[in-house]
Design a protein around this ligand. Structure first.
Ligand code: ADP
Length: 523
């Protein structure tokens, strides 16, 4: 039997008995077969000695049960790793960060507690998936949209707490969070924002409450177990329109991003984006990798011209009243027209509500708020999965070109045999550039991949770019780069961690923050 770090088998079996008393025997899992289900199937350390396979998993069905588990964890100093639906693939899935940690699996707590379709918000338990939420709203014909990420099998809880994103105007998922209920490491239940006021009428309507605003300290965090989350939803719009802006030269990216950034900051473009070059997104062109590896732009531009392919394509989506949507696209086109040779393509255009037959004909439903698993069909055949290296870079074409050149150089130097698979997404005021790394069930491949990843972490940090989120394997590496003034931020995080979770029972190592007793050996 695997054991939690530093625990005797006697203490562990006593603790398991307490977990069983809290949730019922059938909801405490320890068999190898069950633990296999909690392995991260996209793990970059698959089958290696330090692959973080848990020792047990416990699945409560309510806040009181969570509290009882936390009390037992404190008594025996057992670290718990909280997951909601555990579909966080690419970032660790349902596996903990260290071998032997107990997974606290909240997927049984899957109640939609409230949907308000006049003020447009939801109050949810952790195990509600995007599919569940969509279904709930659809069945009741409520006047709200959700913003699923691709893929949609995870939860608004997990994805929002991890600061994930989607495509509709609510694409910044943590920004849409309004009010949490949290079981603290002490076992006490706390509500944030207006929820601290007993009988509050605006828990999901006003974020800040009174005094220091603490909701954000529970995102990407090991300070609490969130048992309820308020999220703002989008009022079901009348219309959707997508249009693509195509440009033809390498450096056209610079004005393209400048105009995009201005439109976004002005609130005219409100969608999440996925920007790349048709060269390497979708159908990769065989000649492309070698041309890009040469570092010279001219052959690429010639190639694009020969194939009549745009060099950069920026798809935009617009949501709202049909009149407004049309006017926004017209205005956007006017602004992008300052780029020589720019061409515009009209894409999908819908008026809502759509019938189920209409929806069934749409290939990519995620941008219209309907969760799907279609993204998995884009993975190359035989793929075991991928993880993303995703630094935040400035909203500028120069930064993107600089990042891509650096990514390509590192790939070449370390002999990855490919160019970077870079895709851009946007946050308010900043871009994220994502290099997708294939993972394999092959120790040697994964070792090389980790080396490459870590070089990119270093080179990015040297340019002032840091990752916004990362796989558990690299959390320490990324945290090390946020080192201003001798790691002042980490010291602050550790001070809070020690005060709030003195026994270090919650998600040790999450984002590079270790409880005191595990700090030295893992720092
Ligand atoms: P999803 O439900 O989207 O698949 P996960 O359940 O995999 O997301 O959770 C992703 C990460 O978010 C977890 O590894 C954990 O660190 C954090 N997390 C998820 N749910 C909670 C929660 N209820 N409370 C605190 N942290 C959570």
């Amino acid at each position: 039997m695997r054991l939690p770090p530093g625990l005797s088998s006697k203490d562990f079996s006593d603790a398991l008995q307490e977990f069983e008393a809290a949730v019922g025997k059938q909801w405490v899992f320890t068999s190898d077969e069950d633990m296999d289900l909690y392995r991260d199937s996209y793990s970059p350390v698959w089958n290696e000695d330090d692959e973080p396979i848990p020792s047990a998993a416990v699945a409560p069905d309510g806040v009181e049960q969570v509290q009882a588990i936390v009390r037992a964890a404190n008594k025996y100093k057992i670290p718990l790793w909280t997951i909601s639906t555990g579909k966080n693939l690419g970032y660790g899935g349902s596996a903990p960060l260290l071998r032997g940690i107990v997974v606290l699996d909240l997927k049984r707590m899957n109640r939609v507690l409230e949907i308000n379709d006049k003020n447009h918000y939801a109050l949810l338990e952790p195990g509600v998936s995007y599919f569940d939420l969509y279904q709930y709203i659809h069945e009741r014909q409520l006047n709200v949209w959700i913003d699923p990420p691709d893929p949609g099998w995870g939860s608004p809880m997990g994805n929002s707490l991890e600061r994930g994103g989607g495509y509709t105007p609510m694409h910044d998922h943590f920004d849409a969070v309004c009010g949490l209920e949290v079981v603290l490491p002490s076992g006490e239940v706390m509500r944030t924002g207006m929820g601290a006021l007993p009988g509050a009428k605006t828990w999901q309507q006003y974020k800040y409450g009174f005094g220091p605003y603490v909701t954000p300290i529970f995102s990407q965090s090991s300070l609490g177990i969130v048992t309820k989350i308020g999220i703002w939803l989008y009022p079901a719009p009348e219309a959707y329109f997508s249009g693509t802006v195509n440009v033809w030269k390498h450096r056209d990216l610079i004005p393209l991003i400048d105009v995009f950034g201005e439109l976004q900051n002005a609130g005219i473009v409100r969608c999440g984006i996925s920007l790349g070059s048709p060269f390497w997104l979708g159908a990769p062109h065989p000649e492309f990798d070698s041309m890009r590896a040469s570092g010279s732009v001219k052959p690429l531009e010639d190639y694009a011209e020969r194939k009549k392919m745009p060099y950069w394509s920026l798809p935009l989506s617009f949501y709202g009243p049909a009149k407004v949507v049309a006017a926004e696209w017209e205005y956007a086109k006017e602004k992008f027209s300052s780029i020589r040779g720019v061409a515009f393509e009209d894409g999908a255009s819908y008026r809502f509500p759509l019938s189920d037959e209409d929806v069934a004909r749409i290939r990519d439903t995620v941008p219209i708020g309907i969760p799907s698993l279609q993204i998995f069909s884009l993975l190359p055949p035989g793929s075991q999965g991928h993880i993303g290296f995703s630094p935040i870079i400035p909203m500028s074409g120069e930064a993107v070109l600089d990042a891509m050149a650096m990514f390509d150089r590192v790939h070449q130097e370390l002999g990855s045999g490919r160019a970077a698979l870079a895709v851009l997404g946007s946050f308010p005021r900043a871009l994220v550039i994502i290099d997708l790394f294939p993972v394999e069930r092959n120790v040697e491949h994964n070792r090389k991949m980790r080396e490459l990843y870590r070089r990119l972490v270093q080179e990015s940090a040297a340019r002032g770019w840091g990752e916004y989120r990362t796989h558990t394997t690299f959390m320490g590496d990324i945290s090390n780069t946020y080192s201003f003034n001798n790691h002042a931020l980490r010291h602050f995080h550790e001070t809070i961690k020690d005060a709030v979770d003195p026994n270090g029972i919650l998600s040790p190592g999450k984002c590079g923050i270790w409880p005191k007793h595990l700090r030295k050996e893992n720092a």
